[in-house]
Design a protein around this ligand. Structure first.
Ligand SMILES: Nc1ncnc2c1ncn2[C@@H]1O[C@H](COP(=O)(O)OP(=O)(O)OP(=O)(O)O)[C@@H](O)[C@H]1O
Ligand SMILES: [Mg+2]
Length: 235
């Protein structure tokens, strides 16, 4: 088991937003976390990477207890986060953004990783000199994902990677996620509101509602065809 979360409770000051959630992400799998706005999805990702710390509960990564670990250390240990909105450095070029993503690497390895992400998203190689703020929304999201991949993470956390993208681009992103997990064996824990798309590629899904896991399913596609489930959990 790559990631194992047990009985996690997270609060912002006095306001509790996560109430004892438990979940697991296996090696090389795509696991989806879905749920309505304000359910606590972003909070969960930020807690895993160490930007927030839980009041109670435990997070194990590769069997090590990282519950109170700093984000910078978690990144070194193999966790990367693509935040909501695919944030990149707007005034830097595509290449500069990628090099920053790989700042911990020696030059040879950095080159190798650049090759890998350019291969994944050829459009980024074409635009390598362009400033990030002049990219389209889709290209910016590709850049954000690529930057997170520069350090060859074991666990890639994605916060709504398809938000605001045209349907064809959404399919592209989904295909790429499948490729990343399939070829590299990278585990992906992805928050999505586009349930229909993410359930096509996820091997497991969790539904979060008001800070609680209300459903766990190993056959996400089945959930899509169940009208009652959809109505009661996903809207
Ligand atoms: N910095 C903060 N301080 C106080 N409350 C916060 C903070 N960030 C989030 N919250 C609250 O925590 C709850 C969960 O927020 P979170 O951003 O995790 O939800 P989400 O599921 O990611 O929603 P969305 O789908 O809109 O992105 C919400 O009620 C939100 O208002
Ligand atoms: Mg969110």
């Amino acid at each position: 088991m790559l990631l194992q979360i047990s009985e996690l409770h997270v609060s912002y000051h006095k306001k509790q937003v996560i109430f004892g959630i438990s979940l697991t992400v296996e090696e090389g799998k795509v696991v989806a976390l879905v749920g309505p706005n304000g359910a606590g999805k972003t909070t969960t990702l930020n807690t895993i990477i160490g930007l927030l710390h839980p009041r109670k509960g435990e997070i194990l990564f590769k069997g090590l207890n990282i519950t109170h670990q700093k984000a910078s250390q978690n990144v070194r240990n193999g966790i990367s986060l693509v935040p909501q909105g695919g944030r990149v450095f707007p005034d830097l070029s595509v290449l500069e953004n990628l090099e920053l993503g790989g700042y911990l690497l020696d030059p040879q390895k950095r080159k190798e990783r650049l090759r890998y992400v350019y291969n994944l998203f050829p459009i980024l190689e074409e635009r390598y000199k362009q400033r990030a703020n002049s990219l389209s929304g889709g290209e910016r999201q590709m850049l954000a994902i690529s930057r997170a991949l520069m350090l060859t993470p074991d666990l890639l956390l994605l916060d709504e990677p398809s938000i605001g993208l045209a349907p064809l681009l959404v399919k592209d992103i989904m295909r790429t996620l499948t490729q990343i997990s399939g070829e590299m064996g990278t585990s992906i824990f992805v928050v999505e509101q586009n349930v229909r798309e993410i359930f096509q590629i996820a091997q497991k899904a969790y539904v979060l509602k008001v800070g609680k896991i209300v459903l766990e399913n190993r056959y996400p596609l089945e959930l899509l065809s169940d009208e009652n489930l959809r109505k009661s959990y996903l809207s």
